[in-house]
Design a protein around this ligand. Structure first.
Ligand code: PGA
Length: 249
């Protein structure tokens, strides 16, 4: 049985005091959930969030990392740095990073391997554009992104990797993929993992849906056979709303 992982992606939002207030509000609301609850916060909030989330169900993640250990990379943060302060999760290859910061399948693969080596829990994002959905190449695009992200990732490591299927056209737009389309696309991703690693492993990999998830659509999405929770942007900024998504049942 795969666990549902509900992860918030705050993007470039919230100051440390706001992060701590959010955690104080969210913690009692999610204390009885069986789902994994994660919030991926800006770098500057990480330490405050980690301290504040101690002894709660809330796990803390970063939104990116550099694949190098250290060196002359002005403005960058390494996986080692995240690990050293106790960060547990890291988002890799979000479509905004692919679009605005030149992340490629190759850099995603490099970061993923490094995160796994450091025992950070990676959430790797894949997803097609509207044009690709409309011209019928979505399957090709998401399976290729999945395959390239997982190059040289071992059987033991892939089980620890979370994939987030996020159609680019559904991110921050209020447009959600239908539950059937989201489930079908996640099945394509799972089949691709099966082609590489076999069925048992494919069946155990957590694959989330992301793109305008909110409390009003979480239940129908998360109850689909292959959707193992969600990566939630806008709706994760409000503790009450995010708690409803975590407690979707
Ligand atoms: P959204 O963002 O929920 O605001 O659409 C999702 C994401 O970018 O991870």
């Amino acid at each position: 049985m795969r666990k549902k992982v509900i992860a918030g992606n705050w993007k470039m939002n919230k100051l440390p005091n706001e992060a701590m207030e959010f955690i104080s509000e969210l913690a009692p609301l999610v204390k009885d959930t069986e789902n994994e609850v994660v919030i991926c916060v800006p770098y500057t909030d990480l330490f405050y969030a980690l301290m504040h989330a101690q002894d709660t169900k809330i796990k803390i993640g970063a939104q990116n990392m550099n694949a190098e250990e250290k060196g002359a990379y002005t403005g960058e943060i390494s996986g080692e740095m995240l690990k050293a302060i106790g960060v547990e999760y890291v988002i890799i290859g979000h479509s905004e990073r692919r679009a605005y910061y030149n992340e490629t399948d190759e850099s995603v693969n490099k970061k993923l391997k490094k995160a796994l080596l450091l025992e950070l829990k990676p959430i790797v994002c894949v997803g097609e554009s509207l044009e690709q959905r409309e011209n019928g190449t979505a399957k090709e695009v998401v399976t290729a992104q999945t395959r390239l992200a997982l190059e040289e990732v071992s059987n033991e490591e892939v089980i620890k990797t979370i994939i987030a299927y996020e159609p680019i056209w559904a991110i921050g737009t209020g447009k959600t993929a239908t539950k059937e389309d989201a489930n079908e696309t996640i099945k394509w991703i799972r089949e691709e993992i099966e082609n590489i690693y076999g069925k048992d492993i494919a069946d155990s990999v957590v694959i989330q849906y992301g793109g305008s998830v909110k409390s009003s659509n979480a239940k129908e999405l998360f109850e689909m056979s292959d959707i193992d929770g969600g990566l939630v942007g806008g709706a994760s900024l409000d503790a009450q709303e995010f708690a409803k998504i975590v407690n979707y049942k």
